[in-house]
Design a protein around this ligand. Sequence first.
Ligand SMILES: [Zn+2]
Ligand SMILES: [Zn+2]
Length: 262
Amino acid sequence: MSEDNIGITVLGSGSSGNCTIIQYGGTAIMVDAGFSARETQRRLQLAGLEGLRINAILVTHEHDDHVKGLRVCAKTLDAPIFASMKCAQKMRCKDERLRQMATFAPGGTFDIGSITVCPFSIPHDASDPVAFSFICGNRKIAIATDIGYASSMVEYQLRECTALVLESNHDLDMLAASSRPWHLKQRIMSRQGHLSNEASAQLLADVASDCTRNVILAHISRECNKEKIAFDRAQQCLQNIDRPDIVLQVAHQNRPIETLWC
Ligand SMILES: [Zn+2]
Ligand SMILES: [Zn+2]
């Protein structure tokens, strides 16, 4: 693929593990390492990315589904880890064998090779959690999951993106009807939890811009959602805002998507 193209490969997404690879201009970044190192290698291979040099691993927050494989992945891939200061402290408390991490301040930007990384604060029950937008040449993409609600910061950062990876976590009726304990239901629905299909579709309607071409729905709950329900809700929203041209797809928990080149 041409050096000008941006590649997005969601190796897997959901409460059992999250990991996405971004490629642009000869630079490759891993966002989160929520699968074991062995499973991550298996998925890289499935996606045709085995042997890809990963220049950095960025961490959104310290929940297990985002960092389970972090220590070993960083070692085997020989890649530096980047996290917010509080997230890095929290992770080192849990596992002091984690190698030295570079820290960033949410709201700032820094370069990794050809990609400018913009971490921004999100409302979620973790230590200074972030999502990321990435500037690749004159285009922008973003990965935003584990968001309690669409804060104005989130809305701002997701505007003008060529491609978006966006959480569409749960269907409210399925969540209400699920066997989950009440405190967990409350946590998921809270302003520090996760975006419902409804909230995700609304956010998508608010941020879809003239330059937006692709949307990948992610972090789909296995118990309280279905890929088809999330897809249909977002598709309906794109129809409503007269943007049926935006290509919509859903990331899976169990297998990588084919790399999206945009
Ligand atoms: Zn998560
Ligand atoms: Zn989380």
